[in-house]
Design a protein around this ligand. Structure first.
Ligand SMILES: C[S@@+](CC[C@H](N)C(=O)[O-])C[C@H]1O[C@@H](n2cnc3c(N)ncnc32)[C@H](O)[C@@H]1O
Length: 189
């Protein structure tokens, strides 16, 4: 099978980012690339990403730090809010609990963790092992069109998976929204 035949493509997904996050200090997990949260919240954002090249590519505004979400080097209770915009799909499932714990620790009490991500169906061995989601991102600043791709092996996830994980860590789930194949969950510490 060539690369194109291996792709399991979810087309035409739309996500709108409104100025909904309160607080002066927002930590964006995996904030390189298009740097969507940084684009919307500018200097209020600290964007971390283990890939320097991804941070360099992201728009100016946030403080950008090369750092891995599995080991956040901030003191406890440092941030008013934490965001993850289609980043957890890029992190191995066996690391998710660790990442959630790190996020919980750096969030202030009553702070919110806002997670945008996608449903990835279980791989059934049909050869279509590369998951691709095509997104239109509507922000107050501009309209972005992009695609995110990961392996489908051991990456299946849905809204319930993340809700349960957040609750296990100690978060309250205060909002969950699903639109077609993508979702947003708001957790509160
Ligand atoms: C495709 S981007 C998601 C979109 C991005 N949040 C944006 O606003 O454009 C996924 C990002 O997650 C980052 N990433 C992967 N593993 C990570 C980890 N362990 N900790 C933090 N970020 C990670 C990748 O380097 C990449 O920049």
């Amino acid at each position: 099978m060539n690369q194109d035949e291996r792709m399991y493509i979810i087309e035409n997904q739309k996500v709108t980012i409104e100025r909904e996050i309160n607080g002066d200090k927002i930590l964006d997990i995996g904030g390189g690339g298009e740097g969507v949260i940084g684009l919307c919240y500018g200097k209020n954002v600290v964007a971390i990403d283990p890939r320097k090249d991804e941070l360099e590519e992201a728009p100016d505004g946030p403080l950008k730090i090369v750092m891995d979400a599995r080991e956040l080097s901030f003191l406890e209770n440092s941030f008013d809010a934490v965001t993850s915009f289609f980043t957890l799909m890029y992190i191995s499932k066996k690391e998710h609990e660790k990442v959630f714990n790190e996020i919980y620790n750096v969030l202030k009490k009553d702070g919110e963790f806002v997670l945008w991500d996608t449903i990835i169906p279980k791989y059934d061995g049909d050869g279509k092992d590369i998951f691709v989601i095509q997104l239109e991102i509507i922000t107050p600043a501009k309209l972005l069109k992009t695609g995110y791709g990961v392996s489908r092996k051991d990456t299946e996830q849905d809204i319930e998976y993340f809700v349960k994980l957040g609750q296990k860590i100690g978060f309250n789930v205060i909002k969950r929204e699903k639109q077609d194949q993508i979702f947003k969950i708001v957790f509160k510490k």
